[in-house]
Design a protein. Structure first.
Length: 161
């Protein structure tokens, strides 16, 4: 049961991030790099932060050395391959794998240990927080066609498929 919930949640996060990447790829550099008050100063930096965080958590789950940023590219096209890898990593886990504890270091070098499912839920929730900021930033910049990214929207679409 936990496997189904976690797998659906990562699918949701992937879907939601893809919606923003697809939408923002229609904008030019002037909009993507326009200063906007938020945790990160631009739309591009916010999306790249989601990419970098998903990569860090994927590396932690796999026991690999993490790199920050995930990629030196600042192109929005660099985002989804890292998001794809996160989903693939999680969906390869069974119930036992989701419960397994992983030792890792945060970006400051502090040692931590956590069950995989907790790390995964944190990562998706983290992306949700920043996608909410993207919505506010996009509206502040006067952009239209701001993607809906609520979990229930994703779930309703899944029922139609």
């Amino acid at each position: 049961m936990m496997k189904d919930l976690v797998h659906e949640y990562v699918s949701y996060g992937h879907w939601a991030t893809a919606r923003f990447v697809d939408r923002l790829m229609r904008e030019g550099d002037a909009v993507l790099d326009a200063p906007t008050l938020s945790s990160f100063p631009t739309l591009r930096k916010t999306v790249l932060h989601i990419r970098d965080a998903e990569n860090a958590w994927t590396c932690r789950l796999l026991g690999e050395a993490q790199s920050w940023p995930a990629d030196p590219s600042t192109a929005l096209s660099s985002v989804m391959p890292f998001c794809d890898r996160f989903v693939e990593t999680v969906k390869a886990m069974d119930e036992e794998g989701l419960r397994r504890s992983h030792a890792y270091k945060d970006l400051k070098g502090n040692a931590h240990s956590s069950a995989a499912w907790r790390m995964i839920l944190h990562c998706v929730n983290h992306g949700t927080q920043h996608r909410g900021q993207l919505i506010t930033m996009m509206r502040a910049l006067g952009l239209e066609d701001v993607p809906a990214n609520d979990l229930i929207v994703f779930q309703r679409l899944q029922r139609l498929m």
